[in-house]
Ligand binder design. Structure first.
Ligand SMILES: Cc1ncc(C[n+]2csc(CCOP(=O)(O)OP(=O)(O)O)c2C)c(N)n1
Ligand code: SF4
Ligand SMILES: [Mg+2]
Length: 342
């Protein structure tokens, strides 16, 4: 049992040192009806495997609720509860507070129980952003909010969200003859936003299930450190991204190798890159974004001009950001040069 700085006990979940050390027990099993190749379902499985049996999972409306819990069937082995689309933050905080109160009053055994609330990109980065933000200010309650990002409102047939990539074809942004690109907004930097804006949140990480052991270890770290924590997972979605389901794993890798989705953690304000992102920061060349984009039908309408724009925007986050891939302020040396020029 680990005591955090503010006296909240958490479970001590040491990192798995390699795939052979990963526990065999499953807490998200058969009985769900997600699409073939659904990475978000894999994220659920790995997330709760990493957390272990003394865990409560809460989930907001979306594919991971609807496809997972048909009446009288569920793949969840641990206690699970559905919550309203914008409420993963409130559900996490309320459950953590409820558990604490019951334990304080002696109505249940005092023991550290993991509270994980998941949300989609629509539920988390758009509708429920305020509730998550509020939860991340309450350091006296232990909870993990995991945002599974399939880059659309997938469950209601692939509408664009604040995390849909620039130019993607969704049901709200079909390419047409007059306007080839309907969606021209750049994806929100949601993990950077959470890390930079919530001083009481000790741990924020980005993950991708293509790197499963690392992904599970980030979940274990978040639950061990205590207080409110946040993880952003990028999840290839064969239906919404329009590709052969066998490519899910490869697309996850390409998102990292092209530098589109950096893997990092921010613990107590210290940024640490990991995996192939670390290699990129250390100088390994990034793959061109076209290798990733052109494998997906949602970008099939892209011209060379669109590909170049996308590449430029990704280059910018590596070459011009103060903390590459994390904090989008322009580099201080550039700011200093501007001051000197006056
Ligand atoms: C307040 C509210 N508005 C709209 C809906 C309809 N709805 C159900 S699931 C969903 C999509 C959620 O998208 P996301 O959070 O990204 O999860 P995904 O379906 O992609 O897994 C929507 C719009 C709802 N359930 N509640
Ligand atoms: S639409 Fe996408 S996220 Fe939803 S179940 Fe299918 S693959 Fe998974
Ligand atoms: Mg979604």
């Amino acid at each position: 049992m680990a005591e955090t700085t503010f006296g909240n006990a958490t479970q001590v979940l040491e990192p798995f040192r390699g795939i052979k050390k990963v526990t065999l027990e499953e807490y998200f099993t058969s009985g769900h009806r997600t699409c073939q190749g659904c990475e978000s379902a894999l994220v659920m499985k790995l997330m709760v495997k990493a957390a272990g049996p003394r865990t409560i999972v809460l989930g907001s409306t979306g594919c991971m609720y609807v496809a997972n819990t048909t009446y009288y069937t569920t793949p969840w082995v641990v206690p699970w509860m559905h919550t309203q689309l914008g409420s993963s933050g409130s559900a996490a905080l309320g459950t953590a507070a409820g558990l604490k109160a019951l334990m304080r009053k002696g109505k249940m055994k005092a023991e550290p129980i993991n509270v994980i609330a998941f949300c989609g990109d629509g539920g988390g980065a758009d509708m429920g952003l305020g509730a998550i933000s509020a939860t991340l200010t309450h350091k006296e309650y232990n909870s993990l909010i995991l945002l599974y990002d399939n880059e659309s409102y997938a469950n209601t047939d692939i509408q664009l969200s604040g995390l849909t990539p620039y130019g993607a074809h969704t049901t709200f942004s079909p390419p047409g003859k007059v306007h080839r690109l309907i969606h021209k907004r750049w994806k929100k930097n949601v993990a950077g936003l959470m890390a930079a804006g919530h001083p009481e949140c000790r741990y924020v990480a980005t993950v991708c299930a293509s790197y499963a052991v690392e992904m599970m270890n980030k979940v274990r770290r978040a639950l061990t450190i205590g207080g409110p924590t946040f993880i952003h997972s990028l999840d290839p979605c064969p239906k919404g991204w329009d590709y052969d389901p066998m490519l899910s794993h490869e697309l996850g890798e390409l998102a990292i190798e092209t530098g589109i989705f950096p893997l990092y953690e921010v613990e107590d304000g210290v940024v640490k890159y990991y995996g192939k992102t670390k290699a990129i920061v250390e100088g390994r060349p990034r793959k061109p974004v076209r290798d990733y984009l052109l494998k997906q039908g949602r970008f099939a309408h892209f011209t060379e001009e669109d590909l170049s724009y996308f590449q430029e925007k990704v280059d910018e986050q590596w070459d011009k950001w103060e903390i590459p891939g994390v904090v989008p302020f322009r580099k201080l040396d550039a700011a200093q040069a501007a001051l000197n020029a006056k």
